[in-house]
Write a protein that binds this ligand. Structure first.
Ligand code: SF4
Length: 300
């Protein structure tokens, strides 16, 4: 372990802290984390931990979700400027207006949303369980916020449900083009194509498998193929290469989320020393957002 790794290990022990890192974080941050995963896996880890302090290496909505699930714990984020662009595309007021315009529809919200928006939702979902959540609705259908691509994908798998889609999107996945996929396929004709459901519909049509980052990883581990074109953020390469030695992964190299790269080993060490950059949320928001988030992880 290098110097900074040792410093973080000592501080973690001293603070009784756990480090969670999203699959899109820098490789060196993933390597120092206790749990690396997608939003659903990390939400579950945050809800189960015995640690007093949760250091969330990811974007602010993820750290907020950890705080909603564990309001008594100290949740820290290495850089509070790490904001998901998609989460900014929807406001609580807009959700209330849409709900009034569509009586009878439940509000299903992608976890990539602010805590204040979650407080307006009936149930949250992640890319791992969006289809299962929509298909489990007892009513006529849903207003799906904020990702139009994930909403459209879930709607295609649940044709009996009426879906009102928001106009939000992830700029990173939205920017992956048909041309990029076609070029990657031409360069690697034997590769299987895996796509994240935040990609545009015409890109998903070119994929052999559509799924969350965890679903992609599970597929690559069990597949007898050894080459994969992976249509998601490039940070996923590190975990795939570690988990599937001997297999090759090709990404659209422009698919980089700057917010996900803000956490570094240095900022994590400084954070654990200073114990600042705490996630604080109004108590009423935490109370109202807890139910939809717990429903998402199967907690109630
Ligand atoms: S990759 Fe997209 S959805 Fe994920 S944090 Fe970045 S902007 Fe948000």
């Amino acid at each position: 372990m290098d110097d900074i790794g040792e410093r973080i290990a000592e501080l973690k022990k001293e603070r009784n802290a756990v480090i969670l890192a999203h699959n899109y974080c820098l490789p060196e941050v993933q390597d120092l984390a206790d749990h690396v995963g997608d939003s659903l896996g990390l939400s579950i880890a945050a809800s189960k931990t015995d640690a007093d302090v949760i250091v969330f290496c990811g974007v602010t909505f993820m750290a907020e979700t950890a705080k909603i699930l564990s309001p008594g714990k100290t949740v820290l984020i290495p850089d509070p400027a790490a904001v998901c662009a998609m989460a900014q595309m929807c406001t609580p007021e807009q959700i209330r207006t849409e709900r009034e315009a569509n009586p009878g529809l439940e509000v299903v919200g992608y976890v990539n949303s602010t805590a204040a928006c979650k407080a307006e939702m009936d149930i949250c979902c992640t890319s791992s369980n969006a289809v299962a959540v929509v298909s489990s609705l007892e009513g006529e259908g849903a207003i799906f916020v904020p990702d139009k691509n994930l909403g459209s994908y879930a709607a295609s798998k649940c044709p009996s449900k009426r879906m009102v889609l928001w106009n939000g999107f992830c700029p990173v996945h939205q920017s992956i083009s048909v041309q990029q996929v076609t070029d990657l396929k031409a360069a690697h004709p034997g590769a299987e194509v895996l796509a994240h459901p935040e990609c545009r519909g015409e890109v998903l049509e070119l994929a052999d498998v559509v799924g969350s980052t965890e679903a992609m990883l599970t597929h690559c581990r069990s597949s007898d193929r050894d080459e994969f074109i992976v249509l998601t953020e490039v940070g996923m390469r590190h975990r795939m290469e570690r988990s599937c030695p001997g297999k090759s992964f090709y990404f659209p190299e422009s698919a980089v989320c700057g917010a996900m790269k803000m956490a570094t080993p240095e900022t994590v060490a400084t954070l654990l020393e200073n114990m600042d950059r705490r996630v604080e949320l109004p108590a009423d928001i935490v109370d109202r957002a807890r139910r939809p988030v717990q429903r998402m992880i199967g907690g109630s």
